[in-house]
Ligand binder design. Structure first.
Ligand code: PLP
Length: 428
């Protein structure tokens, strides 16, 4: 880490908890201090010391077009001139809602919020209000934001720091949350048989990206659809990460599963704070002011955020966008896996669209317990050495990686070359 990043981290730690506004950014689990980013353009981020890095974090998912894309910058400049917040309806909100509904087939009606956490928190409130039931079923290692109900065996930072739950969350709240292993169809059936009539919803990351990267296996999502339908519960696909990322229509398009509700975030805001939840019109009609389930937001539908979201969705809807991105990402992942293979390091790698993961374990990873067999010391060393080689990865084994449209073939080649060098070195 350069001297300026170090000085900024010292300053930050005095005034911000741990020096960061979101825990994984502190890089604790990989044994180094964070880089302070000054600017970013295309596939690159630049730290306060002027070093450039090829970025596979993409602000944890939103930057599918790369950083500061000119077409998004242009609409943002225009939007700023018209005023940054009105707290009143705008045409931009309709434009983004129409684009989302046209892109995500299961969504009839959509409500904009400011983050993925707000989206999932509101969606389970709606599921509970609609069904009149309390129990929420989630899966170990899935992360649905930091609302109280979800901090049970959660992924992302909660997994990175190995936290079982969180102080401050009342037992009375989490007693309504049941967390079971991802991809465990038998367990789902068993639980639904036992208590299906009390279950408001099953919420799931349709591809898990917060315990590394794990695809649903053996019709897992179809079974969730069947079981929820059978017992009168709702199925919520949390596509905050996978939405507009693994395919234009999200993971639900990829796997042919139609949820009752979908939660969205990240790409939908093109790098500005936006979340959204939407789905069946009869369910969404329960939301205030149409119905009794309350949810609101001072900055919801913010004109800058809407403008960035609209322009981003327009860009990703252009023909060939996903084909090119998927091909690049597949080549990257094959290259990373090849590098680990050449070095004789046990590994498992997978990808969907422009999202990917690489575990340092020889086993086929189907759930959080499998993910935890990964060699975390090796991952930390890999992370630090890749950074020295100019590649900026997510600082945790339990996070997914993202490729953007701004990554060039040369960027992918350079990343594979760096991984080949680093992994050969670490295998010695
Ligand atoms: N749901 C999923 C699947 C996520 O990956 C995340 C964040 O990473 C969230 C919800 C929470 O979103 P946010 O961080 O915008 O609150």
């Amino acid at each position: 880490m350069g001297t300026k990043s170090k000085a900024l981290f010292d300053r930050a730690q005095a005034v911000i908890p741990g020096g960061v506004n979101s825990p994984v950014r502190a890089c604790k689990s990989v044994g180094c201090d964070p880089l302070f980013i000054e600017r970013a353009k295309g596939a690159n981020v630049y730290d306060a010391d002027g070093n450039g890095y090829l970025d596979y974090v993409g602000s944890w998912g939103p930057m599918i077009l790369g950083h500061a894309p000119e077409r998004v910058n242009a609409v943002l400049r225009d939007a700023i001139e018209k005023g940054t917040s009105f707290g009143a309806p705008t045409e931009l909100e309709i434009d983004l809602a129409e684009l989302v509904i046209d892109t995500v087939k299961s969504v009839d009606v959509v409500r904009m919020v400011n983050s993925g956490t707000e989206a999932t928190m509101s969606a389970i409130r709606l599921a509970r209000g609609f069904t009149g039931r309390d129990i929420v079923i989630k899966f170990d290692g899935c992360y649905h934001g930091h609302a109280d109900s979800f901090l049970v065996a959660a992924g992302s930072g909660v997994a990175t720091f190995n936290i079982a739950g969180s102080p401050g969350v009342p037992d009375d709240t989490i007693k309504h949350t049941l967390s079971i292993p991802y991809n465990d169809i038998e367990k789902v059936r068993e639980v639904m048989t036992k208590m299906g009539d009390k279950v408001a919803c099953i919420i799931v990351e349709p591809i898990a990206g917060n315990m590394g990267f794990i695809k649903p296996k053996n019709d897992f999502l179809k079974v969730l659809r069947e079981e929820t339908e059978k017992h009168g519960a709702l199925l919520i696909l949390d596509e905050v990460m996978t939405g507009f990322r693994v395919a234009l229509g999200g993971a639900q398009e990829l796997f042919g599963v139609t949820p009752d509700l979908t939660t969205m975030g990240k790409v939908i805001g093109g790098g500005l704070p936006v979340g959204a939840y939407g789905g069946r019109a009869d369910i969404m009609a329960q939301i205030s002011p149409c119905g009794p389930v309350y949810q609101a937001g001072t900055l919801s539908g913010n004109p800058l955020a809407m403008a960035a979201g609209i322009e981003t969705l327009k860009a990703i809807r252009e023909p060939g966008f996903y084909e090119a991105l998927t091909e690049k990402t597949t080549r990257l992942v094959n290259g990373l896996a090849g590098a680990a293979g050449k070095a004789g390091i046990p590994h498992t790698a997978d990808t969907a669209g422009s999202m990917f993961g690489l575990y340092f374990t020889g086993m086929d990873v189907a759930n959080f317990e499998d993910a935890k067999t990964s060699n975390l010391d090796l991952f930390s060393a890999y992370y630090r050495r890749m950074l020295e080689e100019g590649v900026y990865l997510a600082p945790s084994q339990f996070e997914a990686g993202f490729v953007s449209a701004a990554h060039t073939d040369e960027d992918i080649d350079a990343t594979i070359a760096a991984a080949t060098k680093v992994l050969a070195e670490l295998a010695r």
